[in-house]
Design a protein around this ligand. Structure first.
Ligand SMILES: Cc1cc2nc3c(=O)[nH]c(=O)nc-3n(C[C@H](O)[C@H](O)[C@H](O)COP(=O)(O)OP(=O)(O)OC[C@H]3O[C@@H](n4cnc5c(N)ncnc54)[C@H](O)[C@@H]3O)c2cc1C
Length: 378
């Protein structure tokens, strides 16, 4: 890290109380800045399935001093198992840990992760206001005056836009930036009681990409990707039947048994997959974007949230090292650009291969390459 800069005890607004916004708030509070978080969702909820995180996230959680809380809410594992569609296991790939004595990978429920990050954000002394957005961000060069949707205003030294794929902050500061692009693929997810033999990511190769991920001793989830060229609008009613029908095309007996348990439309999470990568600026003046607002990946390598969390650490480090917000934000983008681009491009390549729009990428090869890349220091 570079030498100490002069940006001490700044007043910083974080827009978005998701994974990126909360880790940014935690990292910035550790450096003594005053942090206000605003979150659009008045109930501050996240949907109930889980995510996969890799060794670089375990390392990042250690840097944020969150590791024990995080692992206490997660299921750690040190291998990935690869299956062919008939259900035979063809590989068990050990995965490298980046923090000695701790697991290489983690499966964690989104609500569990949200609770760990939300609790720490509040305990760290950040203020969190729910059901609030920033209607106007007026950057006059010396600071930013934010006018909030509840009629209040605030004056800030810097603003961090962590408001996700459809970022309103991005629309305000970079109105000409490209928006999210639909891939032609969607993902279906559903939680189950964990099968005893699911002790790590179980990835099934074949025309229907699917995987089982342990979330805790009790729970696991399945993800299934399907081509959806016309991006159909799917009503909640009928989702369970449609997911069962998709899984009926997978011959593996274990998957068929799980499919029979999918009977509740409310328990199915269906999501069209989109991506975004800003090749131009990631900030304007005193307002910077992090996470999905600036680089949103498809989930094929399980690294979107990881990139948002790493962004938070690097942003806080560069603010600590800089004398101006511009210098910090330029250094932040410089450090993050190639790594985030790699994740977005390689994940998209897997997706396009599955759709027949590009060469088929072998999952195990891409995963090994990703592990090597993310093991590099941030
Ligand atoms: C299907 C799917 C599966 C995924 N699986 C994985 C995985 O296994 N592993 C992994 O690492 N990543 C995964 N990801 C990616 C991961 O979810 C994202 O990269 C991560 O959530 C990005 O965090 P973020 O904070 O940038 O955005 P978000 O998590 O989207 O958070 C944005 C927050 O901002 C709030 N907000 C939005 N607009 C406003 C506004 N105007 N004002 C105030 N608040 C606002 C939102 O309510 C939300 O709380 C997956 C993504 C998808 C779509």
């Amino acid at each position: 890290m570079a030498a100490e800069g002069t940006l001490k005890q700044q007043h910083i607004l974080v827009i978005g109380g998701g994974i990126g916004g909360l880790t940014a708030a935690i990292a910035l509070r550790r450096d003594g800045h005053a942090v206000d978080v605003i979150e659009r969702d008045p109930s501050w909820t996240v949907y109930g399935v889980g995510i996969i995180q890799q060794g670089n996230v375990v390392r990042a959680m250690k840097q944020l001093d969150l590791l024990d809380d995080y692992l206490g809410a997660a299921f750690g594992y040190d291998h990935v198992e690869v299956f062919i569609p008939t259900g035979q296991r063809v590989a068990r790939i050990p995965t490298p840990t980046l923090v000695e004595g701790y697991p290489a990978n983690v499966g964690i429920g989104r609500p569990a992760l949200h609770k760990v990050l939300g609790d720490r954000t509040i305990a760290a002394g950040a203020t969190v206001r729910l059901g609030v957005t920033a209607e106007v961000l007026d950057d006059d060069g010396d600071g930013v005056t934010a006018t909030f949707s509840d009629g209040t205003t605030g004056r800030y030294d810097m603003v961090v836009g962590a408001d996700g794929l459809y970022s309103a902050t991005r629309a305000q500061i970079l109105p000409d930036a490209p928006g999210p692009e639909y891939t032609g693929q969607a993902v279906w997810r559903h939680n189950f009681a964990r099968s005893e033999d699911v002790t790590g990511l179980c990835a099934y190769e074949g025309p229907i990409g699917l995987g089982l991920v342990p979330l805790s001793d009790e729970a696991m989830y399945i993800f299934v990707t399907t081509p959806e060229p016309d991006n159909p609008w799917r009503e909640r009613k009928g989702l369970a039947k449609a997911m069962r029908e998709t899984l009926a095309r997978v011959p593996a007996p274990a998957i068929r048994t799980l499919a029979e348990q999918i009977i509740d439309d409310e328990a199915v999470v269906y999501k069209p997959l989109e991506w975004l990568f800003l090749t131009g600026d990631w900030h304007r003046g005193r307002i910077v974007l992090i996470g999905d607002a600036v680089h949103a990946t498809t989930p094929h390598l399980g690294q979107g949230a990881g990139m948002a969390i790493e962004d938070s650490i690097v942003l806080a480090e560069e603010i600590a090292a800089a004398d101006t917000p511009e210098a910090a934000f330029n250094a932040f983008r410089e450090r993050r650009y190639d790594r985030c681009r790699y994740i977005v491009d390689s994940s998209l390549a897997i997706c396009l291969g599955q759709l027949g729009k590009g060469p088929m990428i072998e999952n195990a090869t891409a995963t090994r390459a990703m592990f090597t890349k993310v093991a590099e220091p941030i």
